[in-house]
Design a protein around this ligand. Structure first.
Ligand SMILES: NC(=O)c1ccc[n+]([C@@H]2O[C@H](COP(=O)([O-])OP(=O)(O)OC[C@H]3O[C@@H](n4cnc5c(N)ncnc54)[C@H](OP(=O)(O)O)[C@@H]3O)[C@@H](O)[C@H]2O)c1
Length: 319
């Protein structure tokens, strides 16, 4: 297969290269694209050095089996469209196409069927949404979720390479800030993305809208608060769920154990426990009443929340 990665030098792009290796995807040719400033850099794939090329319109008109985009919304809006217009399949990590009605928003374990025989642009959901829906979709199927109250504890790497560097600099005493609105070292910031007119953040809207689209149910009510925490990798979520049907705690455990790429554990999982893993870890299950329970949901945001989900989409389409 010929595969291209756009944004190959970024947090997600570099991890995509690694996941392609880990999943032993049969890649005949891998093309790596980034901005002008990375042109000529080398990145390694399966022991071979590959030269990074500058992203151009011409390069997007060539033929690929799959193009994986993770260079931000503006780049995707322009270049993914060109690639798709020239017959390419694009799996896009940005928010550019997620809520476009005819574009599938895919978590393969839940709605992978949408991409069978599909050509064009496929959207990868937001990181905190992916790890949440992976854990709750079977529960929704059997018990019908009515309401979700979720508070997130999101790692700095979720805002990209520059954000991670800013955090590490601040830890070493350089308090300069360019990416986050406040110092993130030794702190928590209760805003992710821009604050919109109604005081909700962009990240909160992503969780509300994308969850409904992926679960194909507009009736679910979602109440998120998204928070940045001083953690390098791994998003955590405190989720309270209200169901329509009565449940027993054993039933929730059983539904979690039946959910693909999800592990329920009695051990309280932390972000450090999940770094580099392709699984969502659910712990701290508590029943409040016959219709309400709570879980603690942790996953590697760059893998489960971005790169691995994209490669799993590719796998479904390839097969
Ligand atoms: N981090 C996450 O957890 C996560 C999760 C889900 C989705 N995403 C999405 O994935 C995308 C990338 O995120 P990231 O965290 O990997 O960001 P990042 O570390 O900042 O990387 C950005 C990438 O985009 C490239 N790029 C920037 N401007 C470009 C241009 N003009 N032309 C070509 N390439 C350009 C950069 O190349 P240079 O190195 O040359 O600048 C770099 O490879 C974003 O849309 C983000 O919302 C991220």
């Amino acid at each position: 297969m010929v595969i291209g990665i756009v944004g190959a030098t970024g947090e997600v792009g570099r991890t995509m290269i690694k996941v392609l290796e880990d999943f032993k995807i049969p890649v005949k040719k891998l093309k790596l694209f980034a901005s002008n400033k990375s042109k000529g850099k080398f990145l390694e794939f399966n022991g071979k050095k590959i030269k990074v090329e500058e992203l151009t319109e011409k390069s997007m008109k060539e033929k690929y089996d799959f193009l994986l985009f993770s260079a931000g919304k503006n780049i995707s809006t322009h270049f993914a469209q060109i690639a798709a217009n020239h017959g390419n399949i694009v799996i896009d990590n940005s928010s550019a196409f997620r809520m476009v009605p005819n574009i599938p928003l895919v978590v393969p374990e839940i709605n992978g069927h949408l991409v069978k025989n599909y050509k064009g642009i496929i959207a990868n959901p937001n990181c905190s949404t992916i790890q949440m829906v992976l854990s709750i979709h079977k529960i929704h199927e059997f018990l019908k979720i009515k309401e979700i109250y979720v508070s997130t504890y999101q790692a700095v790497s979720g805002a990209g390479h520059k954000a991670l560097k800013e955090y590490l600099n601040q830890i070493s005493g350089n308090n300069e800030k360019n990416v986050f609105p406040k110092q993130i070292a030794h702190n928590v910031i209760p805003v992710i993305g821009n604050i919109l007119n109604d005081n909700f953040s962009e990240e909160e809207y992503k969780m509300i809208n994308e969850t409904k689209k992926i679960l194909n149910d507009n009736s679910i009510k979602i109440y998120p608060t998204t928070v940045r925490v001083p953690v390098k990798y791994g998003h955590s979520e405190s989720i309270i769920i209200r169901t329509e049907k009565k449940f027993k705690i054993s039933q929730i455990k059983e539904l979690l154990s039946k959910s693909e790429n999800v592990i329920y554990t009695e051990d309280s999982t932390t972000p450090l426990d999940v770094e580099g893993k392709d699984i969502v870890y659910v712990s701290r299950l508590r029943k409040f009443d016959d219709y309400t329970f709570s879980i603690w949901n942790v996953a590697d945001n760059i893998r489960v929340g971005a790169a691995t989900n994209a490669i799993r989409i590719l796998e479904v389409m390839r097969k």
